[in-house]
Design a protein around this ligand. Structure first.
Ligand code: NAX
Ligand code: ADP
Ligand code: K
Length: 463
């Protein structure tokens, strides 16, 4: 179901949603007044009595800036407005006239408020404008972007100029935009807050991932009812062990690692099938989900294992080497129960293998889902999940996750959630957030093993 508070809109969807409000009796002016007053509340808290400088552009984002100037001035704050361009829209002109002050050429204060451009940003900023913005940003300790940082493309999250300022806070107006959750724009926004102006649910909108609601095992649970996860390992035992460890902590009751290689760190509580025989793994009728890829290798044996696993009809997580080996001619019994978890390089390789030409992470993941039927989690600093249930974006996670082996941990978690009965889509939605929470708990500079060890505490956060 579409939830208005979590929806993420394109510029066209936002404009249609605003038009719907106007058709119901609002005006651009009344919406601007509400949006500006809402943003002013946040800036008021941040400023705590200190002076505020507002950079106003020619469109309605600039109009919001004049409303903010008026509201904060009425509350007694010292406000300077810098306006390198005259208001162009009627609503912005009205907002400036109602403010009634005189813009200045430059100012030094504590809080810089960027109301230069919002969703209407259609091209890179001129050198002069970007220079003004950089100078103002550099001379204020706190920086607030209203709706979006200027210089950001709302639909793609691309940065249209180099060296844009970084913000303390970004206040989304009316609804989230894609750029709030996509790299590289996401990285400059600081904290994100949404101010509601009454926009209703938009059909087919991308949603922000829901916080997982986990529960302890049922009172009469046994290891198989909690889920049996199989890990089809291969040449490098370490990656399989990491994934298996994560699966053990991810809710499943039983984890079986099939790998022909032993390893000195093989935990005593992990069931290890050292025959590496894939047929016995896929013929186990209790198998809830299988993970294949971490440590699999790319040999003929690895390809044969992957082919068999794909045909098995068991719910699958495909990661790492399995994604490199996957080809369109391989038969997938039930693509709807398969989750693929590519990082950027694997996503590009998959697109090439499947003849997909698309620009950007979202378009690539959507095309891959469309072409294969698999649920696709495109990983990285921004996570994009596309499946039959729709599309999800995620809050930013810890950049300390950029360490070898953390992807194996995520794949193990996802397999564990699937073995416990979640769909590929919901398993991925939960796994990303348990993984992110474990990273937060593990703190800085953790290794993949330390990340795994933090999973139980992360799990507890969602019980
Ligand atoms: N439409 C509405 O009902 C509401 C809109 N609101 C605000 O309005 C914003 C969107 O307003 P607009 O559509 O007017 O768009 P913007 O205020 O983002 O600016 C668009 C204007 O800037 C020009 N422009 C774009 N890129 C430029 C560049 N690089 N250099 C110079 N000029 C450039 C465009 O030609 C256009 O005139 C939202 O982000 C939000 O802040 C809010 O006030 C809430 C209500
Ligand atoms: N800069 C970053 N910020 C946040 N998360 C990141 C970042 N870089 C990588 N990650 C996450 O870390 C994991 C890395 O996975 P992957 O690239 O498959 O690594 P590996 O194969 O070594 O396990 C993914 O979950 C990814 O989303
Ligand atoms: K802005």
């Amino acid at each position: 179901m579409t939830q208005a508070a979590d929806q993420i809109l394109t510029v066209a969807q936002m404009q249609a949603a605003e038009q719907a409000l106007i058709d119901n009796g609002e005006t651009v002016e009344s919406l601007m007044e509400r949006a500006g007053a809402g943003a002013a509340d946040w800036i008021w808290r941040l400023a705590a009595g200190r002076p505020v400088t507002i950079l106003c552009g020619p469109g309605n984002n600039g109009g919001d800036g004049y409303v903010i100037a008026r509201v904060l001035q009425e509350r007694g704050l010292s406000i300077s407005v810098v306006a390198p361009m005259e208001p162009g829209s009627e609503a912005a002109k009205t907002a400036r006239d109602t403010w009634g002050g005189q813009p200045v050429d430059t100012a030094h204060g504590e809080v810089f408020v960027d109301c230069l451009f919002g969703t209407g940003q259609s091209r890179p900023l001129s050198n002069e404008l970007v220079g003004t913005m950089r100078t103002l940003a550099a001379s204020h300790n706190l920086r607030v972007a209203v709706d979006l940082p200027s210089g950001v493309d709302s639909d793609s999250g691309a940065l249209l100029n180099d060296n844009l300022p970084e913000y303390t806070l970004t206040i989304a107006l009316g609804a989230w935009k894609r750029a709030h959750w996509l790299m590289p724009a996401m990285a400059v926004m600081g904290e994100r807050r949404l101010f509601d102006i009454g926009v209703g649910p938009v059909e087919d909108a991308i949603q922000l991932a829901r916080r997982p609601g986990l529960s302890p095992p049922d009172a009469d649970a046994h290891k198989y009812s909690r889920g049996l996860v199989g890990i089809a390992g291969g040449d490098m035992a370490g990656a399989g062990i990491l994934a298996a460890r994560a699966a053990q902590h991810g809710g499943a009751g039983y984890v079986k690692l099939s790998s022909p290689h032993s390893h000195p760190d093989l935990p005593a509580d992990l069931v290890h099938d050292d025959s590496g025989d894939i047929a016995s793994l896929v013929s186990d009728e209790r198998m809830g989900a299988l993970l294949i890829g971490p440590g699999l290798g790319q040999t003929d044996t690895a390809r044969r294992k992957l082919t068999e696993v794909l045909k098995s009809g068991i719910a699958l997580v495909l990661d790492a080497d399995a994604l490199t080996l996957l080809r369109p001619e391989m038969e997938i019994a039930f693509p709807g129960t398969v989750l693929a978890t590519p990082h950027e390089g694997e996503l590009d390789r998959l697109c090439k293998a499947f003849g997909i030409v698309a620009e950007g992470k979202l378009a690539k993941a959507a095309a891959l889902h469309e072409s294969t039927g698999m649920t696709v989690l495109a990983k990285g600093p921004d996570n994009v999940l596309v499946g039959n249930e729709g599309t999800r974006f995620f809050p930013p996670t810890s950049s300390w996750l950029s360490a070898a082996g953390t992807g194996d941990v995520l794949a193990g978690l996802a397999a564990s959630r699937m073995a416990g009965g979640r769909s590929a889509f919901h398993a991925a939605e939960e796994a990303v957030q348990i993984h992110a929470e474990a990273a937060r708990i593990a703190g800085p500079a953790f290794s993949a093993v330390e990340l795994v060890n933090a999973i139980p505490a992360a799990y507890a956060q969602f019980l």
